[in-house]
Design a binder for this molecule. Structure first.
Ligand code: SIN
Length: 287
């Protein structure tokens, strides 16, 4: 198995040639050293998706760990656990027939002024098979743009709309919603289409299915371009698939990837806890 030699504190093994890594050999909850968090951040900047195996967390310790990565981003959609306003439980019972949360390609809370920088999802109860999470790299999608498309997109802003987000989440029966449907449906944020990550300077294509249009173009002209960009982002060679195990802590660099849950584990219980770390105002890439 290939190991990323730049990490000594724990083993970092890339999942594919371009996206994701698996980490073994660390105990994040039991390790207070700030250098450990700094190394996880460094691995996340490089691989964008980290499946950190064999962690022992519960909602309280996930909360404590997450806040070492930064303040809570806020979550205007889901009802949090009592006493922990930054932790949401996603629970699916064996007999449930309604929708699985997040079973479509998306970016979490992309319509916020500052979409979360990091999403953390901890697997407490995991089906023996199924329920994987898939990711697509928006960094690779950006590399794949032709010079002409890059020229067209440079300077454009995407209008990210929360319209329909309430309805999608309401399909998952057990998920408590704290949002007011009418208020959420009119929320929008504008982000540059080609962005630059602060700190690394990496360019990425900030697209996802909640973009209703580009600000300078009507919907009818925006749609075919968006469809093309999403198809580019979802090319198989730009994706990875994470297979869960109990005790896996999954972290992803939210604005730089798309993700989807897979609805293929009916008859099994799955319980995960999610929290998010505050992001940044998206910055247009210089070139
Ligand atoms: C999500 O979309 O945030 C949930 C992903 C999952 O449960 O696999």
């Amino acid at each position: 198995m290939l190991r990323d030699a730049d990490f000594a504190r724990f083993e970092v093994a890339p999942l594919t040639g371009v996206l994701g890594a698996e980490i073994r050999g660390g105990d994040l909850a039991g390790d207070d050293d700030p250098a450990t968090v700094a190394d996880v951040r460094r691995a996340l900047d490089r691989h964008l998706v980290l499946a950190i195996r064999d962690q022992r967390l519960d909602p309280q310790s996930l909360h404590r760990l997450a806040r070492r990565f930064g303040p809570f981003s806020g979550n205007p959609v889901h009802t949090p656990l009592p006493g922990l306003d930054d932790i949401v439980a996603f629970v699916r019972e064996p007999g449930d027939g309604d929708a699985v949360v997040g079973d479509h390609w998306h970016m979490d809370l992309a319509w916020m002024e500052k979409p979360p920088a990091i999403v953390m999802l901890y697997g407490e109860t995991i089906p023996p098979v199924g329920g994987d999470t898939c990711f697509a790299s928006l960094v690779q999608a950006c590399h794949a743009l032709s010079p002409g498309m890059r020229r067209l997109l440079r300077g454009l802003t995407g209008v990210h709309s929360a319209r329909g987000v309430y309805a999608v989440n309401a399909r998952a029966g057990r998920l408590g919603l704290s949002a007011d449907r009418d208020r959420l449906d009119v929320v929008e944020a504008r982000h540059p289409v080609i962005c630059e990550q602060p700190g690394t300077g990496r360019s990425y294509l900030l697209v996802n299915p909640v973009i209703s249009r580009f600000d300078a173009l009507p919907e009818a002209e925006s749609r075919p371009i968006l469809d093309h960009l999403l198809a580019t982002a979802l090319r198989p060679e730009f994706t990875c698939r994470v297979r869960w195990a109990q005790g896996t802590l999954l972290l992803w660099n939210n604005p730089l990837v798309l993700h989807t849950a897979i609805d293929d584990y009916r008859g099994y219980r799955r319980v995960t806890y999610r929290t998010t770390v505050e992001g940044w105002t998206q910055i247009a890439a210089a070139a």
